[in-house]
Write a new protein. Structure first.
Length: 472
């Protein structure tokens, strides 16, 4: 585990332990970046902005992104294994979602970049000669990319790829809990021919450490952050001091709406996936489901059976996160919540009993203002509530501070088109969940984010349009 600064690997800094979430055992160590190292990384990124990188054409950058994607694919198994070791997620998830999506992040921005058109206008002037206006897109400069632990490589590359595509230089700080795939990425970058200083990597924690030092650094021109909403507030405060633009993908408390006209089997299977993928540790996961009263009992019973039968799921990422999730479960039970499935810690009778496991849990019967229904849990916990009218379903779904994603299950095409756009979220799925096309806008409203990424939205955020006006 090393930092990567100015094209050099660097192992300086006091190491802090990495813990295997599956067993709870210490599995390695990562060096904590000093303030001086963070400063050196930003300085290297600033210097690289003025170097040969500034003359690379979009076509050359596009080819570089493809070479990085090739480099990840060439070490696919290593990347998958590293992601599983850090997060404890099932191998199948890493090898079908995390690593392929990281590859796709580089390829899709490479392809988009190659097809980007610049706009121009012929403007009439009183002398009849006219003027030609055209836009030139310039990089923002040095971009700080700060990412979380749940989908480490996927979310890091989701921002690094478009930042490099548009000619910026990057200082990345992955989560202190999951640094391994970022280290491999730095090696791939070096082999792919990314010029020294264009991509830099520093490890460390957030507050009073690398995360804070990086995002408040005066040499950083923009911050692209994925993580908790309260961290977003801290980072925005730091960025506000120098008016640096931010792109934020933050927390959620995503709702599912199940109407009586839905294919119930499909809704149950979809909700099992949306609630329990990666043990609920995906920002898009559904944590509260509103079910039309006539099908509530049947839906709840089927979901509970499905949750009890789930196997092959992974643990929470850390002891602290496990304790937070279990705290929610204890409070829910103490306050009279019904536990339809799970609610505790699975016992394996082997070394996994030292890990950070929580059973897939289905709750019901709690009021809307209960913390388990209102707050983001980010674990394998879903709460069910019945509703009587479409209007009531929309009101409860739209309540609360978050607005990331929602899922609607219905067999009525008119209802689908009426309800989906009326949801206060960045993404609404109908009769599916987490089906993503990387060209579409991605992000949240309210406390779930600022700005949109994906496709042209990312290329727009990471570049600044400049107008040139030539009198003819
Ligand atoms: P977190 O905010 O605690 O940490 C995210 C990153 O920010 C880490 O690298 C951390 O070291 C750093 N950080 C923490 N405090 C900082 C500070 N004061 N200044 C600068 N950096 C700081 O989040 P987490 O626990 O790693 O991730 C879980 C959260 O991320 C959940 O809320 C989840 O919903 C959210 N998330 C959102 C999306 C999305 O796309 N909207 C995707 C994944 C995760």
């Amino acid at each position: 585990m090393r930092h990567y600064v100015g094209g050099e690997f660097d192992a300086s800094g006091v190491p802090f332990p990495l813990v295997d979430p599956v067993t709870g055992r210490t599995a390695g160590a990562v060096p904590e970046a000093s303030r001086e190292l963070v400063d050196r990384a930003v300085t290297a990124a600033r210097a690289a902005l003025r170097g040969p990188w500034s003359a690379w054409s979009p076509g050359e950058r596009s080819q570089l992104l493809h070479r990085i994607a090739d480099g990840i694919e060439a070490r696919f198994e290593e990347f998958s294994a590293a992601e599983c070791a850090d997060t404890g997620k099932p191998r199948e998830l890493a090898s079908t979602v995390d690593i392929p999506r990281a590859v796709a992040n580089f390829r899709s921005y490479a392809d988009l970049l190659a097809g980007r058109a610049e706009r121009s206008w012929h403007t009439p002037t009183p002398d009849g000669r006219g003027a030609l206006n055209y836009t030139v897109r310039k990089p923002l400069g040095v971009v700080a990319v700060v990412s979380p632990w749940n989908l480490p490589l996927l979310l890091l590359t989701w921002k690094v790829a478009p930042a490099l595509a548009t000619g910026n230089t990057v200082v990345a700080k992955p989560s202190e809990l999951t640094p391994a795939t970022a280290c491999l990425l730095a090696e791939v970058m070096a082999q792919a021919g990314v010029p020294a200083g264009v991509f830099n990597l520093v490890h460390g924690r957030g507050p009073d450490a690398a995360g804070q030092w990086l995002t408040e650094h005066p040499g950083v021109d923009a911050v692209a952050f994925t993580g908790a909403s309260r961290t977003g507030t801290e980072i925005m405060r730091a960025a506000a001091a120098r008016l640096a633009p931010v792109s934020f993908e933050l927390g959620g408390k995503n709702a599912g709406l199940v109407f009586a006209d839905a294919d119930l089997q499909e809704a149950v299977a979809g909700t099992l996936r949306s609630a329990f993928t990666h043990s609920g540790q995906v920002c898009l996961c559904t944590e509260r489901v509103y079910v039309e009263r006539p099908v509530f009992d049947a839906f709840a019973a089927a979901l509970a059976v499905g949750a009890k039968e789930l196997s092959g799921y992974g643990p929470m990422v850390s002891a602290a996160h496990r304790d937070k999730v279990l705290g929610h479960l204890e409070r829910a039970a103490a306050d009279g919540g019904e536990v339809l499935a799970g609610g505790g810690v699975p016992r394996f009778g082997d070394e996994r009993d030292g890990g950070f496991w929580v059973e897939p849990t289905v709750l019901a019967g709690l009021p809307e203002d209960h913390p388990a229904v209102r707050d983001e849990i980010f674990g394998p916990v879903v709460h069910l509530t019945p509703f009587d009218t479409e209007e009531e379903a929309l009101t409860v779904a739209n309540a609360g501070p978050y607005g990331l994603a929602a899922t609607v299950w219905t067999g009525d095409v008119r209802r689908a088109h009426r309800v989906a756009p009326a949801l206060d979220v960045g993404i609404a799925w109908v009769n599916t969940w987490n089906l993503r096309d990387l060209r579409t806008p991605f992000g949240g409203v309210k406390a779930s984010g600022i700005g949109r990424e994906g496709g042209d939205h990312s290329l727009d955020f990471f570049s600044e349009p400049m107008n040139v006006c030539v009198k003819l």
